[in-house]
Ligand binder design. Structure first.
Ligand code: C2E
Ligand code: CA
Ligand code: CA
Ligand code: CA
Length: 277
């Protein structure tokens, strides 16, 4: 037993050496990355499953560090949240996203809108609704040019306060999506109590259709349709998935089948191309 625990400790320590050092390096680089202009937004189309037309874009942060190379948002977003950098970074994202959608709307796509991921800490800021209103005003945008993607985690810790804020955002015309639906602990229980417009079904459900069949996705879609929510399937990678989702009356698809997240210049040419039938 002694030997086993010593091995266990050894293993643990080696793991720490591999994992923690780069994390400290990442944290050190992250602290100044916004000021150094190292972030960029990429955009991924959300496609109407019936018509193939691009309805909107989700902006996704990219960090290309001259020291570390490109770092995945699933690594640096949690660190930015821990550092508090997410507030400034989130405001930067919101502003960039609004500016970009105002450019695309002015260039012949007046109904296009932008989905922006909002961290729980951002949403909890007392000034958050004011920030959104300010950005809309700055770029002369109606509220429906923006759709905010929130996860259950940011909404349920104070349901009442969340619903007050959601109502204020809706008064601005801004719509709300519940992101990663199905991955939380209590999605179903809270869905009834949250005022949202769009349900984004997590990629894990879409990829499981191939092996497990469409029962879960079908159930979520029925529920959302019953509640008059717009439905988005995340992580659509194959034509089979797209066809199945279409037959289940899912409204919108997002995933590598349609396009990876791309820089604005590439999206611009996608928007200009004639849409598939
Ligand atoms: P998310 O909001 O669920 O974003 C969708 C993620 O799925 C993106 O990863 C996207 O690139 C990826 N994806 C899209 N289609 C497919 C597909 O067909 N297959 C697969 N395998 N993946 C697909 P990404 O860009 O690495 O972002 C990861 C997460 O980081 C996001 O998950 C979001 O939670 C967070 N994030 C990204 N940008 C921001 C931001 O500006 N603010 C905040 N707060 N979080 C962000
Ligand atoms: Ca999202
Ligand atoms: Ca998601
Ligand atoms: Ca996700």
């Amino acid at each position: 037993a002694k030997q086993r625990s010593r091995n266990g400790y050894q293993f643990y320590r080696d793991t720490l050496n591999i994992d923690v050092q780069p994390q400290l390096k990442i944290e050190a680089q992250l602290a100044g990355a916004l000021d150094r202009g190292e972030f960029q937004l990429y955009y991924q189309p959300l496609v109407d499953l019936r018509t193939g037309i691009i309805r909107s874009l989700e902006c996704l942060l990219r960090w290309n560090s001259p020291v570390l190379g490109s770092v995945s948002p699933s690594i640096f977003i949690p660190l930015a949240e821990a550092q508090g950098l997410i507030l400034d970074l989130g405001t930067w994202v919101l502003t960039q996203a609004a500016e970009q959608i105002s450019v695309w709307r002015a260039a012949d796509q007046p109904d296009l809108y932008m989905s922006v991921n909002i961290s729980p800490l951002q949403f909890e800021q007392p000034v958050f609704v004011g920030l959104v209103a300010g950005v809309l005003n700055e770029f002369q945008l109606p509220g429906d040019a923006l759709l905010l993607e929130l996860t259950e985690g940011s909404l349920i810790h104070d349901l009442e306060a969340s619903n007050v804020k959601l109502a204020q955002l809706r008064d601005l015309g801004v719509r709300i999506a519940l992101d990663d639906f199905g991955t939380g602990y209590s999605s179903l229980a809270y869905l009834r109590q949250l005022q949202v417009d769009v349900l984004k079904i997590d990629r894990s459900f879409i990829s499981s259709m191939a092996t497990e069949g469409p029962a879960f996705v079908s159930m979520i879609l029925h529920l959302a349709q019953h509640m008059n929510l717009m439905t988005v399937a995340e992580g659509v990678e194959t034509e089979e998935q797209r066809d199945l989702l279409r037959s289940l009356n899912c409204d919108v698809g997002q995933g590598y089948l349609f396009s990876r997240p791309q820089p604005a210049e590439v999206i611009k040419t996608l928007l200009a191309a004639p849409s598939p039938a």
